[in-house]
Design a protein around this ligand. Sequence first.
Ligand code: HEM
Length: 421
Amino acid sequence: MGIAQDTRAAVRFSQELYRSKLSTAYHGRIRHDPFARLRLREGRDDPYSVYAELRPRGPLVPTRLGGFGTVDHPTARSVLTSRAFGVRPQAEAPSPTADGVDLSFLDRNEPDHSRLRRVAAPAFSPRMVRGYRSRIEELVTELISQLRTDGATDFVSTFAAPLPIGVITQMFGIDESAGVDTTGFARYGAAIGGALDGIHSLRHARELMQAGEALGQMFEQLFAVRATDPRDDLISVLVAERGEKVRPDELMAMCFLLLVAGFETTVNLLGNALLALLQHPDQWHLLVEQPQLAGAAIEETLRWNPPVQRTERVSFEDQQVAGTPVREGQWIVLLLGGTGRDPQVYPGPDRFDITRSHAAEHLAFSSGIHYCLGAPLARLEATIALEQLANRLPRIRQAGPVTMRPTSIIRGPLHLPVTVG
Ligand code: HEM
């Protein structure tokens, strides 16, 4: 691209970003539209009040964009599992999203979705996930030992972020022997992971492009190494399928998806879990007494304050949803964070209770064909982390105000100061 074209693209991008921010501010602040307010600071700080306002308005609430939104658990689940909905209009050819990121099968309808998902699925088989256990345990032990004991430390940057990136590095089979710079991988991975919530500025777009190019080169190098020297890792699984089942460009997009989908989400699950437990000391004490409740505490966190707050589906045909006519091409925003507080499914939904028996029915990992492929890995990682934290740091406490991420799809603490006692 020439400089003039580059400049024109940058100006167009800035204008679109500005227009979208202005429209959100107008609809949120002046017209008090709940869907716009979710993107503003008040909705990001407390989306649950907005969900509570939407609930009495029925299972499907019209949005200002001509679609609908729902916080109703059964309605959201039926849309996510329905074959009459998809992640993009049927007539639209698969292409990278407007911001240039190709999210592989997360962004494909059938039959492409299943063709591509089948290629990555073996890397998440129960056997492969079990194989990650010892590495996760080692990493958690190491990270806990490194937490400073003489003052406050930020739980997110010293624990919640390095753990998933360490696990993903292992999953991809990235080590010095493959000739790849592991710290560069972690840095660029974090930059790309942060893009799940969209692009916020021109500078952000530029950083992403640079990170994307650098990561692309790393993946190319790994593909070449693992084609001749396969190991028991994700890249070797993917490279073996290259050609017949999946084109090289599709393979690259899949690597980006696995990195983006697995990183920021898990960081925020860990942050949300510890934050909820420290803000509910009775629940923390219960976990310290019974660390085997760690898995249940993770499910309750996923219900009560999930890292992914919403997703969307488009209707393939004119149909009725929860008694409301929905036309072909209309979008439904599924407010996953709101579905976890649905009183039809969860009695006393605002209470954080790690002994709750139905917490695992949450939609935090979505449902239907796009159900999170990495869910078993995320659960394993977070459960081991909580178990060890409760065992080894029973006196951990919040040591100052928490700063939340300035994003609305991804929810979790950006900084969580703690003392470990
Ligand atoms: C707490 C952690 C996580 C949460 C809350 C989460 C959440 C989600 C959600 C909500 C979706 C579906 C979006 C939709 O239906 O539109 C999804 C899909 C996906 N996730 Fe996760 N995720 C997590 C961790 C991971 C990890 C660790 C990986 C892999 C390393 C991963 C890989 C994927 C993939 C590949 C998809 C696409 C599935 C498909 O389209 O068929 N996720 N995740």
